[in-house]
Design a protein around this ligand. Sequence first.
Ligand SMILES: [Zn+2]
Length: 138
Amino acid sequence: MAESLIHIATYSSPIEADLARARLEAEGIPAVVDNGRLLVPESAAEDAHALLTEEAADAEAAYTEASGPPAPELRCPVCGTTQVVAEPGSLLVRIALLLIGQFVPLGDQSTGRRLRCEICTYRWREGEDADGRVPSIG
Ligand SMILES: [Zn+2]
């Protein structure tokens, strides 16, 4: 086989280059690694390149899928939208209430996050719905 070899990819580590070579050979494409450079016969260059590009795209797609934002199951009990945010600083609110003399039962208040609907601005605590709303003091 007097076919000339074509350089299709360069790898920073010999291990990567070797993995790519193994991948190509598994698909029936003979490949050679030379000093981190991946070489294939000219007639196989297109297939080899497509295969490696496909691999990269697959890896990227898998990564994007895995790192996507977690879908929150939170829903506003009033208007039903999922445009719900957790309010930070509920502990500060509790401390502020203590300072102004309001008694806040710590046991009852420690579960669930404070949530706020961005659409209708209704506030509630995680795990409660509109019917289980704690009557406001005063
Ligand atoms: Zn709402």
